[in-house]
Structure formats: C-alpha cells, structure tokens
Design a protein around this ligand. Structure first.
Ligand code: UDP
Length: 335
C-alpha cells in the first residue's frame, strides 16, 4: 500500500474540517484514506492519500477498506451539521449522525480498530449554566443535531468500556472558521448558515445584507457570543488526539475552543475592518435554538494533549476565510 507510517481511515475527509485533517495527516507522514459519500464533500478537497467513495453505513465496503489498508485508526467526520436543518429534519440527523455512526462503530469494533477520533460538538451542552463550559457540565442538547452527537458519545463510552483495545477521543468543537492559508481548501456548503461565511458573502455582494439574529441577549452588546476556532488549530487537535490514543491507549472527551468569545457585532466589525468593505446589516429576531454564549473551558485538552492554539486571532481567522470566499467567487466554483 505505502511506505508511510500508518494508514488512517478518515470518514468525511472530503468535507470542510476533514480535508484540513487529511492535509495535515499527509504532512505528518501518515497515509490518509478518505472515505466519503460526497453528499456534501468535494473530491478535489482531498489533497493527499487515497479516496474511496462510500457510505459509512455500507459495512461491507468499509470492511474491505479496513482490511485492504490494514487500518487501526479511524477519524470520523462524516455527518450532517446544520443545527436549524436538524430541527426541521430530525430523522435525517438521527439517521446520519446516530444510526449510521452506530453502524460504523460496530464495523470498527468487529474489525479490531483500536483508535477512534470523533467529531463531537459544543451543542451537546445546550444552554450552559456556566461560561466557560467545561466537560463536566450537564449535557442537555436543545436540538436534534446536538442530541444525535451526544448519542454517539454515549455509544463510544459504553463500547470502549466493554472493548479492551478500543479507545476513543471525542472532540467537542466550538465554532470552527477560517481555512487553509494556501487557499486550497475551505468551507463550501451549498447553503451556508454560519455567521462568518454569510457575513463575508454579504461583504462580497452575494447577499444584500447580513441578518443579525437577536440583539436582546444578556451579553455586553446584546448579540450572541461564540468561541471561534481556526480550522488549523482544530486539525492539529485531531493529530494530537490520534497520537495520544496510540501511545496512552486511553479515552477522553475534550472541548476544542480557545476559551474566549466574540459577539456577532464584534465579528461583523472585524469583517468590515479586514475586508475594507462596508456592508448592510439588519437586526432581526433570535434564531431558534441559539444559546446566548458558548465559550470553551479548554484546560483539559491543553493538559491532556498538550494542545496549544496557534491561530487564536479573529483577524487571521477572517482573513483566511475571506481569501477562500474570494477564490470561490473568482473561480465561479459552484456554491
Ligand atoms: N448568526 C447571525 N446571522 C447569521 C448567521 C448566524 O446573527 O446570518 C449568529 C447566530 O445566531 C449565532 C452566531 O451568529 O449567535 C453563530 O452562528 P453560527 O451559525 O455561525 O454557529 P452556531 O453557533 O450556530 O454553531
């Protein structure tokens, strides 16, 4: 297969975050095998390794791939991720994120996978009682997306307890943004819902204005606060998680955020500053299911994995996201 250090199966490796991790696995001498059904991913985003088009629920194909590449470690991204859509289409979320992931985990255990890194989310906390939120906080997700991810965390916990050689790390992502500084890969959802992407598209003239969802939150400027983390720091957390699993052979659940937040208005101001473009905003009602503030307590990931943020800078996050959005627009890549 290859002379590389180890073949790593990456489900959803053609997606936004998965493609950054595939890039970094390649840079670190691993051989990533991207397994993706291309429902939202893009084949061209897979910068290195091999690509297999397949669904995580296709146990037969998955077994063949695991055997062919001698896979011992899996990084699992493939999922549906839009909170609002999950409220409207809960079955899609329970099917993709819970039922299919359950099948994937079953296949992994049956095939002797030892290390499993899972993309979880801060949405498992719902509306946290205390900010910053730590991993011991109550798990009360308020939308099907968060619930579907929490279900998988619960499955992983029980399965790892019952399976001596199977360990996992669940990374609870906060608000991921930005992209590859070389502008090769980035977020390319057909219907973006995330603040930074929508605001940049408003700046680039794709939309007449940006809607600000809620200005009556109990926050300093009345708009909601989030912990925005650059893709490359998040990607690095996956590589550290993989190495930890291989060396320590222990499971963990870890927040992945910077531990500081920016409000919607702060993001808007920063986008105007970084792009030099003024664009219209419209104050509207709160969006359903949005907590007022979500900020990570990131002490655990720093302590356990030795993870240290390198791009904790909203200007930089927005700059890389802006470069990517400009490239999408200039190249007329379908968005
Ligand atoms: N938001 C907004 N206008 C938009 C999109 C998002 O005001 O067009 C707000 C949203 O209500 C939330 C924050 O920006 O308070 C971050 O939302 P996003 O969808 O980026 O991430 P989420 O925190 O929902 O995962």
């Amino acid at each position: 297969m290859s002379d590389f250090k180890e073949n790593i199966l990456v489900t959803g490796g053609a997606g936004y975050i998965g493609s950054h991790v595939v890039r970094d696995l390649g840079n670190e001498g691993f051989f990533p095998v991207t397994y993706d059904n291309l429902s939202t991913g893009n084949r061209k985003s897979v910068l290195c390794g091999d690509f297999v088009e397949g669904d995580i629920a296709d146990s037969k194909l998955l077994e063949e791939v695991i055997e062919k590449y001698g896979i011992k470690s899996v990084i699992h991204f493939a999922a549906s991720i839009v909170v609002e859509e999950s409220v409207k289409k809960p079955l899609k979320y329970y099917e993709n994120n819970s039922v299919k992931t359950f099948k994937l985990i079953k296949t992994c255990v049956e095939k002797g996978i030892e290390n499993f890194v899972f993309s979880s989310t801060a949405a498992v906390y719902g509306i946290p009682e205390k900010i910053p939120v730590n991993e011991e906080s109550p798990l009360v997700p308020i939308n099907p997306y968060g619930k579907s991810k929490l279900f998988t965390e619960m499955v992983l916990k029980d399965v790892s307890a019952a399976t001596p050689n199977f360990n996992y790390i669940a990374l609870r992502y906060f608000n991921v943004a930005g992209s590859d500084p070389q502008v090769r890969i980035g977020q390319n959802y057909q219907k973006p819902t995330h603040l930074i992407t929508l605001a940049l598209r408003a700046a680039l003239g794709d939309y007449p204005q940006l809607k600000i969802f809620g200005t009556d939150y109990d926050t300093p400027d009345g708009t909601a606060i989030r912990d925005y983390i650059h893709t490359d720091d998040l990607s690095n957390a996956h590589l550290l998680a993989l190495n930890y699993l291989k060396i320590e052979k222990k499971s963990a659940v870890l927040n992945c955020g910077y531990g500081q937040g920016s409000s919607v208005l702060q993001v808007v101001d920063t986008i105007k500053k970084v792009t030099g473009i003024d664009f219209k905003t419209e104050k509207t009602a709160r969006r359903g299911g949005d907590p007022p503030a979500l900020i990570a307590d990131s002490r655990l990931i720093k302590g356990i994995l030795g993870w240290e943020p390198r791009f904790n800078d909203l200007d930089y996050i927005i700059k890389t996201a802006y470069q990517w959005e400009k490239k999408l627009k200039e190249k007329k890549i379908e968005r």
